[in-house]
Design a protein around this ligand. Structure first.
Ligand SMILES: [Mg+2]
Ligand SMILES: [Zn+2]
Length: 163
């Protein structure tokens, strides 16, 4: 059965202590037969930065990857800004995998909460973002399914479990 890894961008793939290492996880997922998609909250002011990120990620993955982006602001009340699950829902629908086969992987509790709200698995990559910001963020009512040190560990673990 194909699986889908929905990946947060900032602090998970880019802006980590070792982006090369995190980027190499993309190929681990793809080599394991997984689909991957990016789901990211972006304020409008940094939209242009995503052009560079798209190139970096397509090169690292060796192919185009679907992106799901919330460009709304926090006060807009949209249903896509994580911890709302709209981006994740779109990724799952477009990919065509059952929800049971989808994982959300990110560095913040808002990523975990978005996944839990639609009943998919979630993995927190702890790096430093979690440690810096975790205390003040909205807390999910239940812990992530899996904690990993970084995205590469998550990719190796999950693709190994589901072979
Ligand atoms: Mg993040
Ligand atoms: Zn939005």
């Amino acid at each position: 059965m194909p699986h889908l890894a929905i990946l947060d961008l900032d602090g998970t793939i880019l802006g980590t202590p070792d982006d090369d290492r995190a980027l190499s996880a993309l190929r681990v997922f793809l080599a394991g037969g997984w689909h991957i998609a990016i789901a990211t909250n972006q304020p409008a002011r940094v939209r242009s930065d995503l052009c560079a990120a798209r190139v970096i990620i397509a090169e690292a993955a060796g192919r185009d990857v679907p992106w799901y982006i919330c460009n709304h602001d926090i006060g807009d009340g949209c249903d896509c800004r994580k911890p709302q699950p709209g981006l994740l829902k779109c990724a799952i629908d477009d990919c065509g995998v059952p929800a049971i086969s989808a994982w959300m992987i990110g560095d913040k509790w808002s990523d975990m909460l978005a996944a839990q709200r639609i009943g998919i698995h979630c993995c927190l990559v702890e790096w430093f973002g979690y440690r810096r910001a975790g205390r003040t963020q909205m807390q999910p009512t239940k812990p992530p399914d899996v904690y990993c040190r970084d995205l590469l560990v998550a990719a190796e673990l999950l693709t190994g479990v589901y072979t």
